[in-house]
Design a protein around this ligand. Structure first.
Ligand code: GLA
Ligand code: ZN
Length: 681
């Protein structure tokens, strides 16, 4: 059923088409409802059901009692219609008996309050009882269902996240620190503890950084960035340990079926790059605020694709219509679901799944959108759109499966830098990591470049352009590898607040930007942070644009100025620079330029490498390329506007969705929110 993809260390479930379906909780319903569900699934082209995500209290009603009657029925019923199951271990929501019997499973929060039973995603990752009982239930499930004909993939837990500050976590944190730093001297040096008289003389003196210890005004305000960074890394690893323990339990019975857990895109608390090697394939839940530009979910898709070296991922959840968790939950307009789904596929999704297939009758998600609503009707608009999409996915078949993105532009994404930037006192709390990253990503994408969003440890040799916005922490040999990009003719871009500190968030004892200074050909001694309403006029060639938040004062050390500040005592000094470095170039943007300014610079860089796409002048038309294992080239065209887009075919191709053949230069009109998938060999 599965094939290892050793080259990319990823293993996706083998299917004949894009799996289509989603979270399904028939345990909430009597059997006759299941029959109705399956009738509707067939009608909508739904072939894959994610089950068991919240059924721990049913499958294990007491510590020594397992009852698989309901789950047996669910899997057998799915198999009877040839449907696949993505089987969850269900360990994200504790059964009440477990929290009562073993209170160590409950978390202690940032304020130091030990929680009692309630909600979900509520377990302490260091709890011995959780670490014993969660793998035990995974073990039982794998033993029972490893050879079940419906089984397609394993889904461990659900949306891992959050933080625990209990005494067990404190103990494990100290062990983790011993392994990381070796000696207390090394730790004291890394955290710079002589500041404020913090030199530790015993490991037991170290407390998790919380509201009771190093923090004030919440998790972003810490006296010692070093301890807070290490706690974020530790918590990432602690939760990962829960995942790998369950995965091992599954592997003892089932050596083959691919295993995943559903991520949340650009989710700050967990460094997904540390998790990625342990997953067989990546999957994630896409709930963009509906007023976000389409490049926001696109960035998250590309980040998720980057986790497994560019291999396809699964879209594990999206709403067919509306969320319930926000204060105000707008409805997806007609056509938006289809567009969002093809956008996911365009960026590398090899599955399209919903939360949820049937709406819950009670509790906090009863108003969350579903394929089947409370009325059970098949003649609603939403059901109609879901079924239409199901038909399209069936038509398209296997052609997109395994297809990869031939990007020549990389954007470096780094959780350490994200954390360090946002827990920093100074220069400005107004700089938000993903806002700056998104501005550069958006500029490249709207210019028609495919972008790989990758870890700083990724191989950079496939790329002509490497974008490193607000890469605050610079680790290991990254400076040398960025220089190598430029030496062979590539272009590297860095921005303000890049390369400020080492892996412990200690400032480099060197000119800013530290180890990137030779590549950038500049020196920065001072920086000015101002409130959002203070605007610097910036002249960029023909374009008059603006900058805000942080203004670094740049001295040229080989680089040439590309743009200068227009006001204040540093008026006339460089705001953007370019440095010829061997056969390549290094650009430095010393301030938070507005989007037109970022667009201008990124387009100049892309143009140098002939990476501007054929539809770059159509701002609302998103393009993305995937190349199938057999060499088939697919160009996705996604019209995000509510008006038709009038284009000209850039090459001869066939539209996969309509079967229409197009000659090069022929008119091609995309409907409002319309999609075309142009296939050329
Ligand atoms: C998350 C969870 C689901 C559900 C949805 C609702 O993604 O994984 O269980 O709560 O949100 O949007
Ligand atoms: Zn804990």
């Amino acid at each position: 059923m599965t094939a290892p993809d050793r080259a990319h260390n990823s293993r996706l479930p083998r299917t004949g088409k894009i799996p289509y379906g989603g979270d399904y909780n028939p345990e909430q319903w009597p059997r006759q409802v299941w029959e109705e569900d399956h009738r509707l699934f067939t009608q909508a082209g739904i072939d894959t059901l994610t089950v068991g995500v919240f059924s721990w209290s049913l499958t294990q009603p007491a510590e020594n009692t397992y009852d698989f009657t309901t789950l047996d029925g669910i899997l057998d019923r799915a198999a009877a219609d040839g449907r696949h199951v993505c089987l969850a271990t269900g360990t994200a929501a504790l059964p009440p008996w477990l929290a009562k019997k073993h209170p160590d499973v409950n978390r202690t929060d940032f304020e130091g309050r030990r929680h009692r039973y309630g909600q979900r995603h509520n377990f302490c990752p260091s709890s011995p009882n959780y670490r014993r009982l969660a793998p035990a239930v995974a073990d039982r499930l794998a033993e029972r269902y490893a050879s079940h004909p419906a089984l397609l993939a394993w889904h461990i837990n659900n949306e891992y996240g959050g933080v625990c500050y209990c005494d067990l976590c404190a103990e494990n944190f100290r062990d983790w620190l011993r392994a990381r730093h070796g000696t207390l001297d090394a730790l004291n040096d890394a955290w710079w503890t002589t500041f404020w008289s913090h030199r530790y003389t015993d490991w037991d003196e170290i407390e998790p950084p919380s509201a009771l210890t190093e923090h004030w005004r919440g998790p972003d305000h810490t006296a010692f960035q070093g301890i807070t960074l290490d706690y974020q890394r530790f918590m990432t690893d602690a939760l990962l340990g829960c995942f790998t323990a369950e995965k091992e339990a599954i592997r003892a019975h089932d050596p083959d079926t691919p295993v995943t857990t559903n991520f949340m895109g650009a989710y700050r608390p967990l460094d997904y790059h540390r998790w990625a090697p342990h997953l067989d394939f990546a999957s994630w839940d896409n709930y963009p605020p509906l007023d976000a530009p389409p490049s926001r979910p696109a960035l998250a898709h590309d980040l998720m694709r980057g986790l497994k070296d560019g291999a396809p991922f699964w879209l594990m959840e999206q709403t067919p219509s509306t969320t319930a968790c926000r204060d105000v939950n707008p409805l997806r307009r007609p056509g938006e679901l289809r567009l969002a789904t093809w956008q996911a596929v365009a960026h590398g999704a090899d599955a399209a799944l919903y939360f949820q297939l049937r709406a819950s009758r009670g509790a906090c998600e009863k108003y969350h959108g579903a394929v089947i609503g409370h009325s059970g009707r098949d003649d609603t608009r939403v059901f109609g759109e879901v079924a239409f999409l199901g038909g399209e996915l069936t038509e398209v078949g296997a052609v997109t499966l395994g297809a990869r993105t031939p990007a020549r532009t990389a954007l470096l994404f780094d959780w350490d830098s994200w954390w360090a930037l946002e827990i920093s006192d100074g220069p400005s709390r107004l700089v938000r990591y993903t806002d700056v990253v998104h501005a550069y990503y958006r500029a490249a994408r709207e210019a028609g470049a495919d972008v790989d969003v990758v870890a700083v440890t990724a191989d950079l040799t496939p790329y002509d352009v490497v974008l490193a916005p607000v890469l605050h922490l610079v680790k290991q040999d990254l400076p040398q590898r960025l220089e190598a990009v430029a030496r062979r003719g590539g272009t590297v871009l860095a921005t303000f607040l890049t390369a400020r500190s080492d892996e412990h968030d200690r400032a480099f004892l060197a000119d800013v930007p530290g180890p990137l200074a030779p590549l950038m050909g500049i020196r920065v001694d001072e920086w000015d942070a101002r409130p959002e309403d203070v605007v610097q006029p910036i002249q960029l060639g023909e374009l008059t644009t603006q900058a805000r938040l942080v203004f670094e004062i740049v001295q040229l050390r080989g680089a040439e100025p590309v743009a200068t500040y227009g006001a204040d005592f540093y008026a006339g000094t460089p705001a953007v620079t370019r440095n010829a470095f061997d056969a390549g170039e290094a650009w430095y943007v010393a301030t938070a330029l507005d989007q037109p300014g970022v667009d201008h610079i990124v387009r100049r860089i892309l143009a140098r490498h002939d990476l501007i796409g054929p539809y770059a002048d159509h701002r609302t038309v998103e393009t993305a390329t995937r190349v199938a294992p057999d060499g088939t080239r697919l160009l996705f065209l996604l019209n995000h506007a509510r008006e038709p887009a009038h284009l000209t075919a850039h090459t001869s191709a066939t539209d996969l969705l309509t079967g229409k053949r197009l000659g090069q230069g022929e008119a091609l009109t995309l409907d409002p929110l319309g999609v075309a998938i142009l296939r050329s060999q």
